[in-house]
Design a protein around this ligand. Sequence first.
Ligand code: HEC
Length: 136
Amino acid sequence: MKAFNNSKHCEAGIGNGKGLTFFSAPWPARLRVSFALAIALACQGAFAADDAEKMALGKKLFTTAVPACAVCHTLKDAGSKGTVGPILDELKPDSARVSKALYDGLGAMPSFKASLSAAEIDALAHYVSKASGAEK
Ligand code: HEC
């Protein structure tokens, strides 16, 4: 959860007034540039951590959700070979499609609204869309 807040903070920091005061301070230009670079790198780090965290959680949930996605779905990245539902590597659902299926259920697939939190569904949608190659 901390990483989520970090990303928001970075987005807000770029446009707010305080940032501008910093940059217009009478510092040597080179110092200001390196300061800006440091902020950019720190923000990039937060986004990367955010992504890695979601990927790890999504991958874990793919085999540990009840019932597990892996039981019914084939997804190479997760090492699963279920055949009840569509092969996700072929279907390549984007994250919106995954989360809709998880919230609403679909045909023989149950809804996970009651058993998974919104953050967990978000992580699964993120993971499946990326692992299947639907999103980068
Ligand atoms: C009991 C078996 C079962 C489980 C468990 C299951 N699914 Fe499914 N899933 C299905 C079936 C069957 C379909 C196809 C439904 C249809 O098209 O009528 C499906 C469809 C989907 C789709 C495609 C939705 C669409 O819009 O076409 C996605 C994405 C998906 N499942 C992801 C998951 C994920 C992620 C999990 C784990 C949280 C999961 N499924 C757990 C059986 C399952």
